[in-house]
Design a binder for this molecule. Structure first.
Ligand SMILES: C[S@@+](CC[C@H](N)C(=O)[O-])C[C@H]1O[C@@H](n2cnc3c(N)ncnc32)[C@H](O)[C@@H]1O
Length: 216
């Protein structure tokens, strides 16, 4: 299966594709991918915004910079920045500030969202995609993720966006599911080190909020 965003093997590609279609991401947009990790989403954004756009791939981990540089080598418009989301400060206002699987890890999700809201130009978009970990199931049993600071942050995301001064344009939750060999089982094994074999899996639903900074 392919998507317009080159995320064939990303089990969470559908909510990303839906969100980017919903905001009509297009050529020439300037975007920030906050908590960019290895840069998978940054590259997907770069493919859409083209040579006239710009992507700031922001991550607190200096190691992410090299990973993004390697993954995005073909995209001159991707700039890797080592910075905490809590201190987000970009050279220019952006059209889109995006995060996925970030807020569950940060000390203060509202501070990061408020910084993201401030980083977009008036009328610009903020898209956040965060999980409700405990709503996922393996063989009927709930997921747990004790290492995450806020494993169920997705359940609070719409309210947090309002608190950050954003207007909600759209919001929904979506979960990949499967059983037996395939991308869902492989993803789970990469997270846990355990092969789920033929168990039924519902991965943690990802809550997406598409929001806008008020125009004035
Ligand atoms: C689970 S990864 C998500 C990567 C990517 N967003 C994705 O969806 O594939 C979380 C990333 O957030 C980064 N991170 C954690 N806390 C952060 C913070 N306070 N500010 C910026 N990045 C942070 C981590 O270094 C890591 O690369």
């Amino acid at each position: 299966m392919t998507t317009p965003f080159g995320l064939r093997d990303d089990v969470y590609r559908r909510p990303l594709a839906t969100a980017l279609e919903r905001i009509e991401l297009g050529e020439g947009w300037t975007c920030a991918d906050v908590g960019a990790g290895g840069g998978e989403v940054s590259v997907a954004l770069a493919e859409v915004v083209g040579a006239t756009g710009r992507i700031f791939a922001v991550d607190v981990d200096p190691g992410a910079r090299n990973a993004v540089a390697a993954r995005a080598a073909a995209f001159a418009q991707v700039f890797a920045i080592t910075q905490a989301g809590e201190e987000l400060s970009l050279p220019v206002p952006v059209d889109l500030a995006f995060c996925r699987f970030l807020l569950l890890h940060v000390a203060s999700p509202i501070r990061v969202l408020t910084k993201m809201a401030a980083a977009v130009a008036p009328g610009g978009c903020v898209v956040a995609q965060e999980p409700i970990t405990s709503a996922g199931r393996i063989d009927g049993e709930p997921f747990s993720y004790p290492e995450a600071r806020h494993p169920d942050i997705g359940a609070l995301l719409p309210g947090l966006c309002l608190e950050a001064g954003l207007e909600i344009v759209d919001a929904w939750a979506e979960a990949p599911a499967g059983a037996g060999p395939g991308p869902v089982a492989s993803y789970l094994e990469s997270l846990t080190g355990v092969d789920p074999e033929m168990d039924s899996i519902v991965l943690p639903p990802l809550v997406t909020v598409v929001a806008r900074r008020p125009s004035r």
